[in-house]
Design a protein around this ligand. Structure first.
Ligand SMILES: C[S@@+](CC[C@H](N)C(=O)[O-])C[C@H]1O[C@@H](n2cnc3c(N)ncnc32)[C@H](O)[C@@H]1O
Length: 199
């Protein structure tokens, strides 16, 4: 039996994220989460919004952990993880909500770019893409703690690090995404809401 991995930050940020998510769930049903991690957000939000069908995904290495959280939840609206690597594995279907938290700063610039360029293929004209995490603005950190976090990330993996909002917005625009809202969140995080640009 797998000891479920636990992320304290998931417990801390799930309520404020849930409050923003609440604004986007009406009339929407299917969710694809990219980088489900431990699976904690998936079971929390699937329980909070029982009318959603929450598809978890991640690199295969994280699947047992996600599955353990799903099994313990006994929820039938959160689905077993599918393999999704932003650089090469994408489902061939559309979802009403695309959700990803704390992933882009873990990714290399290449993987983050691929996230933004592949997302529109999983969206229809009324889908929304919600991206939560720390971002820089005009190359500047929004806090000293984010600056320290970024240097810790880069020591761990020199390809990772906090990305610039303007860089993401630019890639989004080129791949057919428009950033509709930039929500200020606790602990110097943001939640970016994107929609597909209509052809
Ligand atoms: C810091 S964890 C965040 C997990 C969870 N979303 C949360 O908020 O706690 C980053 C996640 O991104 C995933 N990830 C990293 N690179 C990825 C990629 N190229 N494609 C998809 N997921 C990736 C990792 O496997 C990990 O689960």
């Amino acid at each position: 039996m797998l000891n479920k991995p636990y992320s304290e930050s998931c417990d801390q940020n799930r309520e404020p994220i849930g409050q923003v998510l609440e604004q986007f769930v009406a009339g929407r049903k299917s969710v694809l989460e990219i980088g489900s991690g431990t699976g904690q957000h998936a079971v929390y939000f699937a329980n909070k919004f029982p009318f959603l069908v929450w598809q978890t995904s991640d690199l295969v290495v994280n699947h047992p952990a996600i599955q353990a959280w799903i099994d313990d939840s006994h929820l039938d609206n959160v689905l077993a993880p599918i393999e999704l690597d932003s650089t090469d594995k994408w489902p061939v279907r559309q979802y009403d909500i695309l959700y990803s938290a704390n992933t882009v700063h873990i990714m290399s610039s290449h993987a983050a770019e691929k996230l933004l360029t592949n997302i529109p293929g999983c969206m229809h004209e009324n889908s929304v893409f919600l991206l939560y995490g720390p971002f820089n603005y005009q190359g500047k950190y929004t806090s000293n703690s984010n600056a320290r976090f970024d240097s810790w990330l880069k020591q761990r993996d020199s390809d990772s690090g906090i990305k610039n909002f303007e860089w993401l917005k630019d890639i989004g625009q080129h791949s057919g995404l428009k950033c509709l809202h930039d929500f200020e969140m606790p602990a110097n995080n943001r939640l970016l809401a994107w929609q597909k640009i209509n052809d």
